[in-house]
Design a protein around this ligand. Structure first.
Ligand SMILES: [Zn+2]
Length: 119
C-alpha cells in the first residue's frame, strides 16, 4: 500500500479526470467530455471541473498533477490546438510565457484556421 497522501491525491485527481475524457486515437488527444467554461469571454470553451469545491480548468489541473504548479507568468498552450484536450504530455500541452503564447496565437491567425467544433 502506498502511504503517501500526495500520491493518492494525484491518483484520485487523475482517475477523476480520465473517467471523463475520451481518447482520440488519431491524435492521442484526451478530449474532455464534461462541462466547459462556455462561449463567453477569453477563457471560452476550456474544460472545467469541480475539485474540492472549487471550479478549476481541467487541463491546468492535469498539468499540475503531473509536472507541478504553473508559475504566474507562464501559461499552458495547446500544441494540438484542441482546446478540450487535457493531455499533459507529448505535442498537446506545453508551458510557455504569456508573450510566447500571444506570438503563437498571432501566427495561428495568419495560418488557415484549425478545425473546431463550434457550430
Ligand atoms: Zn491534444
Amino acid at each position: 500500500m502506498d502511504g503517501n497522501p500526495m500520491t493518492s491525491r494525484r491518483d484520485r485527481i487523475r482517475d477523476k479526470i480520465m473517467s471523463r475524457v475520451e481518447i482520440d486515437e488519431t491524435t492521442g488527444c484526451y478530449i474532455w467530455q464534461g462541462p466547459t467554461s462556455g462561449d463567453k469571454g477569453r477563457g471560452r470553451d476550456y474544460p472545467r471541473m469541480s475539485l474540492d469545491g472549487q471550479t478549476v480548468a481541467v487541463h491546468i489541473v492535469m498539468w499540475t498533477n503531473e509536472h507541478g504548479y504553473v508559475p504566474g507568468k507562464k501559461q499552458l498552450d495547446h500544441i494540438c490546438r484542441n482546446r478540450r484536450c487535457v493531455r499533459p504530455d507529448g505535442p498537446h500541452l506545453e508551458m510557455v510565457t504569456h508573450r510566447e503564447n500571444m506570438k503563437r496565437r498571432d501566427k495561428a491567425r495568419k495560418a488557415p484556421p484549425p478545425k473546431t467544433e463550434e457550430n
